[in-house]
Each structure stands twice: as C-alpha cells, then as structure tokens.
Design a protein around this ligand. Structure first.
Ligand code: FES
Length: 90
C-alpha cells in the first residue's frame, strides 16, 4: 500500500491541489490500484512558500507538483514503490 497525501491548505488549494486529487483519482481508477494506493488530503504542511503544491508520498515530501506533472510523479514515485513492494513479496 502506498499512501499519497495532497496538501489542501489554502495556499496549495489555490495552486491546484484539487486538480491533482482529480488526476490522481482518475489514475488510480484507470490502473486498477484502488486497494494499493491510499489518497488523502492533508492540512497545510508548512511549505507554502515552495513552488507548486506539496504532496507527501510514503513520507517523502515533494514540492512543485501540479496537475500537469502529476502523471510523471505518480509513475516515478508510486508505481516505482509498488513494483518494489511486489518484488519484496515474491
Ligand atoms: S497550504 Fe500546502 S504547504 Fe501550506
């Protein structure tokens, strides 16, 4: 299970946090990962001055996330971690 927390504090909200959540939900649905990926919203992570939206994936804080680059982030961080988990189980 990979946990994604998208900051929905007011600053990240203005920078498109909800667009990221929408893209993320679509990807989870499309890739059939409902039972493998947990998507949560979180209050301000105190990183508002950083570029873009703040997203935490498995404890790793990422800045500069947007709806446009989220598919790439998802592939690099989430799919990568799921692949590692699968390897560990085999
Ligand atoms: S609102 Fe997202 S880090 Fe502050």
């Amino acid at each position: 299970m990979v946990t994604i927390s998208v900051c929905v504090g007011s600053s990240c909200h203005l920078k498109g946090a909800y667009d990221i959540i929408r893209v993320c939900e679509e990807m989870i649905e499309r890739l059939g990962l409902k039972d493998k990926v947990e998507l949560k919203g979180t209050f301000c992570l105190g990183q508002c001055t950083e570029e873009g939206v703040t997203v935490v994936i498995e404890g790793e804080t990422l800045h500069g996330v947007s709806a446009e680059n989220f598919e790439k982030v998802f592939a690099e961080k989430v799919l990568q971690k799921l692949t590692e988990e699968n390897r560990g189980n085999n």
